[in-house]
Ligand binder design. Structure first.
Ligand code: SAM
Length: 249
């Protein structure tokens, strides 16, 4: 059985999709989706020989070699236009996801939907979507085995820019003034996630504050010249996260 994280990703794949799973590792997602009857076939892309072999083996053992085509290559380069309408890129850093999209998606107009799950660097993915005419349609946040994951779905849209740039005015909670979230806040924290404020969301940002406080303390003890400015920047970041959290809760 597959992880809760992969199940949540699977839920975002529409019935009847032609799926490309990029960085498929053991091809668990396409195997699951074919077995569930959500999709009829899929392409599983893998750059690295180990995971590529693992994917091929998994597909063979599931008896799905006719339905799932395992391909070896970098990012979206394994695809030809028209072969897929949904691409999943999950379980890697946000900067790598943005690079893969930047290098390949322009040549693939048949892909209408992206399902992205960065392990870190979510803001790099949101920024890429915003800059490249994709509309962030859904965001989910979840915890599994102590790790917190964000999962995003995006569609192509002419309105992408306008929709994503809208500023959300957050209602004041008792005893506070209320604050205006800025675009940088939304790109960092997620325009939908800030509206839900689930316990997992709060936990994620409390962990982030703890991490930043540690970095700030280290910088305070360092004698390097650049440390002071860097520390000031991190302290500002901490204050902003706290301010937003306090207002949202
Ligand atoms: N997508 C699966 C998931 O979410 O469970 C597997 C995630 S696994 C941690 C990341 C995989 O991406 C690795 O198997 C790695 O080999 C692959 N990968 C990394 N860079 C890649 C690239 N540029 N193109 C294709 N695959 C890549």
């Amino acid at each position: 059985t597959i992880s809760k994280r992969l199940k949540q990703i699977a839920l975002l794949v529409p019935q009847g999709s032609r799926l490309a799973d990029i960085g498929s590792d053991h091809a668990l997602l396409p195997v699951y989706l074919v077995q569930q009857g959500t999709i009829e076939s899929a392409i599983a892309g893998e750059l690295n020989p180990g995971p590529y072999a693992a994917a091929a083996k998994q597909v063979r053992e599931a008896g799905l070699s006719r339905q799932i085509d395992v391909r070896n290559g970098d990012g979206l380069s394994v695809l030809k236009d028209g072969e897929a309408d949904v691409a999943v890129i999950a379980g890697m850093g946000g900067h790598l996801i943005a690079r893969i999209l930047g290098e390949g998606i322009a040549a693939l107009p048949s892909i209408r939907r992206l399902i992205l799950q960065p392990n870190v660097g979510e803001e790099a993915v949101r920024q890429w979507l915003l800059d490249n005419g994709w509309f962030l349609e859904q965001e989910h946040i979840m915890e599994e085995d102590g790790k917190i994951y964000e999962i995003m779905a995006a569609i192509r849209s002419e309105e992408a820019e306008e929709a994503n740039q809208a500023l959300y005015c957050v209602r004041p909670v008792e005893g506070t003034e209320g604050i205006m979230l800025e675009r940088a806040d939304l790109i960092s924290m997620g325009p939908y996630l800030v509206q839900e404020v689930s316990p997992v969301f709060v936990a994620k940002w409390e962990r982030e504050i703890d991490k930043l406080v540690k970095v700030s303390d280290q910088l305070a003890n360092s004698r390097l010249e650049a440390s002071e400015a860097k520390q000031e920047q991190i302290n500002k970041r901490i204050d902003r996260i706290k301010e937003v959290l306090q207002c949202l809760q």
